[in-house]
Design a protein around this ligand. Structure first.
Ligand SMILES: C[S@@+](CC[C@H](N)C(=O)[O-])C[C@H]1O[C@@H](n2cnc3c(N)ncnc32)[C@H](O)[C@@H]1O
Length: 227
């Protein structure tokens, strides 16, 4: 018997063929599997695996940056929602925006397949939107406590990133000038603090009003004051 794919499967297959012909996608019971044959690499986004990260979230630098809980955070670069998951697990509400349709579909499918009740509760406090964050920012009336950006890093002096980040890097687009314009317009439009994560060695936002920088080994978080 032939099994027909649904529209989402067809869309993923065609979009990947166009964007990254060297990545194959197939459906497994755990979720969509991406395969990059050249590097012998396979990846399925399984959000239950974030349990280990969430256990450590009190130690995460976000806990030092936010200081309070019950905050409304706008995550403008959602990706595979690792950061959103940590922020939500610290007791905040997150609105996550993702512009890449492949990433957005994989994320929605992975949320649907979550088994752990703890991870389910964390994702109940994350509202997922598809689109360019700047369109959302131009049209929202909602006030946020922080707007968060984690664009793909431009410099890659670190060891090869994990599989999740390697696939994200291949699938998504990144342009520093576009990112800088988005951040600047966001600061003008939104009356709240902005956090920008970047590689520890890059200084792409040094002309902005950075009021604090929280450093880890490989990344840093710039806190931009507003108003
Ligand atoms: C480095 S990843 C973010 C990883 C994410 N913080 C996580 O924890 O999984 C950057 C993501 O931002 C998305 N992105 C880039 N520009 C965007 C924009 N203008 N609006 C919405 N999403 C954007 C990319 O498609 C990519 O998925």
């Amino acid at each position: 018997m032939q099994i027909y794919n649904n529209a989402g499967d067809n869309f993923l297959e065609l979009s990947l063929k166009e964007k990254c012909p060297d990545i194959n996608i197939s459906k497994k019971k755990e979720g969509y599997q991406l395969e990059y044959k050249k590097r012998n690499m396979k990846f399925i986004l399984i959000l239950d695996e974030y349990q280990d990260i969430v256990k450590q979230s009190k130690l995460h630098i976000f806990n030092r940056i936010f200081k309070k809980t019950n905050l409304n955070i706008l995550d403008c670069t959602g990706g595979f929602a690792r950061d959103a998951c940590i922020i939500s697990s610290l007791g905040n509400k997150v609105t996550l925006i993702e512009a890449n349709p492949i990433v957005s579909l994989l994320l929605r499918d992975a949320i649907y397949k979550v088994q752990s009740s703890k991870i389910k509760r964390i994702f109940d406090n994350i509202s997922i939107k598809f689109g360019n964050c700047i369109d959302f920012i131009r049209n929202t009336n909602k006030n946020y406590d922080y707007v968060y950006f984690d664009f793909m890093f431009n410099i890659n002096k670190s060891a090869l990133p994990n599989k999740r980040d390697q696939f994200l890097r291949k699938i998504t687009d990144n342009d520093i000038q576009t990112n800088r314009n988005i951040v600047k317009e966001t600061i003008e439009r939104m009356n709240c603090k902005v956090i920008i994560k970047e590689h520890i060695k890059s200084n792409d936002y040094e002309d902005l009003n950075i009021i604090n920088t929280y450093k880890e080994k490989v990344v840093k978080y710039n806190l931009i004051g507003n108003g």
